[in-house]
Design a protein around this ligand. Structure first.
Ligand code: PEP
Ligand code: CO
Length: 456
């Protein structure tokens, strides 16, 4: 079955707003229903951010990844912010993702499917609805899509107009990404455009340069034989975000002229976060009716008895490319938590793409009050993931990472040996700690070593 021609239609009892009949976790409490309705109606009139044919092309590519023909690289900020919707932040993030994909293509010898956590990653789940400081209790910050991070009553009030601003910032981001790619930003003939000044200091710079030179040589060799290869100057880039705020997602859920069914056109590839993946919850209800490829985060407490019904709900026809499972277990738990899930899905013969998120199970707080992740734990979870899949006879088809192209100090360790004391220097994340540029490239190289040689 080709996903592009599948006759998937929404179930008869589904509608873009049928999620409202279920319990929706992690939603803000808007205090003015009319204001919310007006913002939703406005948003529903605005143009979409992506198109149905792009969404179906991605589903086809994910189907190929399920077969082992592609490797998924999904990455970006934990939370985008309106303030970071700037040229350097967007272009540096795109650069690091492209450079990582170059490392992966070269090492894995297969096409890499690039998906950004951007152009819509503006909503965050929180462990508490409220935050109290010095006796003052205010709603928690839930991402720029919902409210502001400043600790004032005005900033923390959930404001439906932010959905319009988030849509606009996503469109600005998307427009710049598309323009950079169309303009040859990713041109393999000019790898020098890809260099960021401070790669100079990286212990991996020599290895990286050697690889870029090897790719240039192969390209020149091919072109000597076959003439100019136009396709090499362009790359595909898809977008993804956690589809958490369902009023926003609903307003961008559309029907289009030539493809049946409903598409979420706020992003190519929405995912359900770990905290909102209950089978009878509003998020699963919303997701089951859209035609996009979808992903679900799977944490260490999920049992096979919970996972199999979720797969049935989200992909009842076992459509290729439709469902990705992103496991995020933690380095200390993956060896115990993952094998039963792999075994159950394999036994039932269900078609999924398995992807590893080695970030979210490895978050910890330092003694000096920072939220961080240790590079060795991120690497440890990823390496175990490859081994566990190999032992189970399943395939790890991709990685999901929180990273930035900026030179931040948020995760400790890596080739440069960042310490806890370094965290104060350039800690910028609004929510979770991200790999910086060097740590991201190092991880891409380690993925290649691990998956090609079976050891790190
Ligand atoms: C995230 O991806 O930023 C996130 C909140 O992840 P999870 O749902 O896996 O905790
Ligand atoms: Co995060």
């Amino acid at each position: 079955m080709n996903p592009a021609v599948s006759d998937f239609r929404a179930p008869a009892d589904w509608a873009p707003d049928s999620w409202q009949r279920r319990v929706a976790l992690q939603q803000p409490h808007y205090d003015d229903a009319d204001e919310l309705a007006a913002a939703g109606a406005h948003l529903a009139q605005l143009p979409p951010l992506v198109t149905s044919w792009e969404v179906l092309a991605l589903k086809q590519a994910l189907a190929e990844a399920q077969q082992g023909g592609r490797f998924l690289l999904q990455g970006g900020d934990c939370a985008e912010s309106f303030a970071d919707c700037t040229s350097p932040v967007i272009s540096n993030r795109l650069k690091v993702l492209l450079q990582m994909s170059l490392v992966l293509v070269h090492g894995l010898k297969k096409p890499v499917l690039r998906v950004g956590r951007f152009a819509g990653q503006y909503a965050k789940p929180r462990s508490a609805d409220h935050e109290t400081r010095d006796g003052v209790c205010l709603p928690s910050f839930r991402g720029d899509l919902v409210n502001g991070p400043e600790f004032t009553a005005a900033a923390r009030r959930p404001d439906p107009q932010r959905m319009i601003r988030a849509h606009a910032h996503s469109a600005l981001t998307m427009n710049f990404v598309r323009a950079l790619i169309d303009g040859g930003f990713a041109d393999l003939h000019h790898p020098e455009y890809w260099d960021l000044a401070w790669v100079e200091h990286s212990p991996l710079a020599a290895e990286y340069r050697q690889m870029v030179a090897a790719i240039g040589d192969s390209l020149r060799f091919m072109e000597t034989l076959a003439g100019p290869i136009a396709g090499f100057s362009k790359v595909d880039f898809f977008t993804s975000h956690e589809a958490l705020l369902l009023h926003y997602e609903q307003a961008l859920t559309r029907q289009v002229p030539r493809h049946p069914g409903w598409f979420n056109l706020s992003t190519h590839f929405p995912w359900i976060g770990m905290r909102t993946a209950a089978l009878d919850g509003a998020h699963v209800e919303y997701f089951r009716g859209i035609r996009n490829p979808v992903a679900v985060k799977v944490g260490p407490s999920v049992t096979p008895d919970q996972l199999l019904p979720l797969i049935d709900a989200l992909n009842p026809d076992d459509e290729p490319g439709r469902l990705t499972l992103i496991h995020r277990m933690g380095h200390a738990q993956i060896a115990q938590a993952l094998p039963p899930l792999l075994e159950a899905v394999r036994r039932e013969g269900r078609r999924v793409l398995w992807v590893a998120d080695p970030m979210h199970g490895n978050t910890e707080s330092t003694s000096n009050g920072y939220k961080t992740r240790r590079f060795k734990n991120i690497r440890g979870e990823l390496e175990q993931a490859f081994d566990i899949h190999a032992a189970a006879g399943t395939r790890l088809g991709g990685v999901h990472l929180e990273l930035t192209g900026e030179d931040v100090t948020e995760c400790v360790g890596g080739a440069r040996g960042l310490t806890e004391a370094d965290l104060a220097r350039a800690y910028k994340s609004m929510v979770d700690p991200r790999l910086n540029y060097e740590q991201s490239l190092e991880l891409a190289m380690l993925i290649v070593r691990k998956s090609v040689n079976g050891h790190g």
